[in-house]
Design a protein around this ligand. Structure first.
Ligand code: ARG
Length: 404
């Protein structure tokens, strides 16, 4: 009996060629697994294609709910953004896909999992490390990292074996998408000086073509999770889908990032992430109202660390899990409503309210309701500034105008 391998199958050229290639080179039975994370694809025809190309079995899993509740929202609560720009759509999806590959391999009695990543990107790292964390006995095959074929050679290989070559192979871009965002690489984008042409975008309007009138929306949060839109309670998937279309319509969520890959390459990435952009800023606005200064300051450091762990393929590490526990704990009072204005490519928080707000009008106001004791500030400053004063007297910390 042949060994079985579960391959993450997108229906594209590379993973289709991979079905044939694994069967041929490794002499294994290929089970194709396609996972719906919110791309608008015809998964039944993808399944049929896998069988036609030579898979012994083809499965489709709808993982949209788990993706949002167990991967995307925890990252949102962490305020995770890589290098201040990338909202991590692909990076968050990979560990989930790896987990489903592993689960399927165990169910199907497969000894190998396979994916279509090349040897130059982050995704191979995310798949391989996640697999090692979840089931270290499974072997990993990555045909596109092993076969050494150019794009043209892969097309020729496909023709030779009667593998249908998608018309989109004409597109110069490499695209990955899920509910949390869309990424576009290659083609003219590889010149960092060139403005992205309009045809790379498909979720967002350009600023010029966005409506003249702004749209105001209200997002409700419960313990750090978005739960309603304009007062209407909504499941996570539905809420993210709606926000992608509303904010995309107003040109919100375009990102142009010259990014540092884990494997040492700088690459120019274009992203569209309308819902992520809106939700991340709304969530932070609510934290600013419900967390203390110290919590916010420390949480910002955690956010950066968390984003790097996610980006670098360490979702299933103990380190990420420990930070997640801290993040979760910080969210227990992050409930309330945030008002956001979408206009001409911008998403602006213009209002927030919370039953657990730490904002006190009586402390902030300069009007007659003021309850802040200004005379107490003098004593506070005396003690607060004491070490600076002491040091300056002894060590003359005043900078000289010139040393000459
Ligand atoms: N640069 C992004 C990341 O590393 C996007 C990768 C997109 N992946 C792809 N196979 N096209 O997360």
């Amino acid at each position: 009996m042949k060994d079985k391998v579960v391959l993450a199958y997108s229906g594209g050229l590379d993973t289709s060629a991979a079905i044939k290639w694994i069967a041929e080179i490794y002499e294994m039975d290929v089970i194709a697994l396609s996972i719906d994370l919110g791309m608008e694809r015809d998964f039944e025809s993808i399944r049929q294609k896998a069988l036609k190309v030579g898979a012994i079995k083809a499965l489709v899993l709808d993982a949209k709910d788990i993706f949002i509740s167990d991967y995307v929202f925890p990252a949102l609560q962490a305020d995770a953004v890589y290098e201040g720009q990338y909202t991590l759509a692909t990076a968050l999806a990979r560990p989930l896909i790896a987990k489903l590959l592993v689960d399927t391999a165990l169910e199907e009695g497969a000894v190998v999992v396979a994916h279509g990543c090349t040897g130059k990107g982050n995704d191979q790292v995310r798949f391989d490390v996640s697999t090692a964390a979840l089931a270290s006995h499974l072997r990993i095959i990555a045909p596109a990292r092993e076969w050494g074929m150019t794009r043209e050679e892969t097309v020729a290989y496909a023709h030779r074996y009667g593998i249908p070559v998608p018309v989109t192979v004409d597109s110069p871009y490499s695209i990955d998408e899920n509910l949390w965002g869309r990424s576009i690489e290659c083609g003219v984008l590889e010149d960092p000086w060139i403005e992205p042409p309009e045809d790379v975008f498909s979720w967002t309007r350009s600023q010029d073509e966005a409506p003249e009138n702004p749209l105001y929306i209200e997002i409700g949060f419960e313990q750090g999770n978005p739960v309603s839109l304009d007062g209407q309670v909504s499941g996570g998937v539905e809420l993210v889908e709606k926000l992608n279309s509303l904010a995309g319509e107003h040109g919100v969520g375009r990102i142009d990032h010259l990014e540092n890959r884990l494997v040492g390459i700088k690459s120019r990435e274009i992203y569209e992430a309308p819902a992520a952009t809106v939700l991340l800023s709304a969530h932070l606005a609510l934290e600013q109202m419900t967390l203390s200064r110290d919590q916010l300051r420390f949480k910002q450091k955690v956010a950066q660390e968390y984003a790097e762990l996610v980006y670098n393929g360490l979702w299933f590490s103990a380190m990420r899990q420990d930070l997640a526990a801290y993040v979760q704990s910080t969210q227990r009072h992050v409930s309330g409503t945030v008002k956001v204005k979408l206009h001409k490519g911008k998403s602006m928080v213009i209002g927030r309210k919370s039953p657990k707000s730490l904002y006190s009008y009586n402390l902030a106001t300069y009007d007659k309701e003021d309850r802040f004791d200004q005379s107490a500030a003098v004593g506070f400053i005396q003690i607060y500034g004491l070490p600076v004063k002491t040091q300056a007297e002894v060590q003359e910390t005043r900078e000289e105008e010139s040393t000459e």
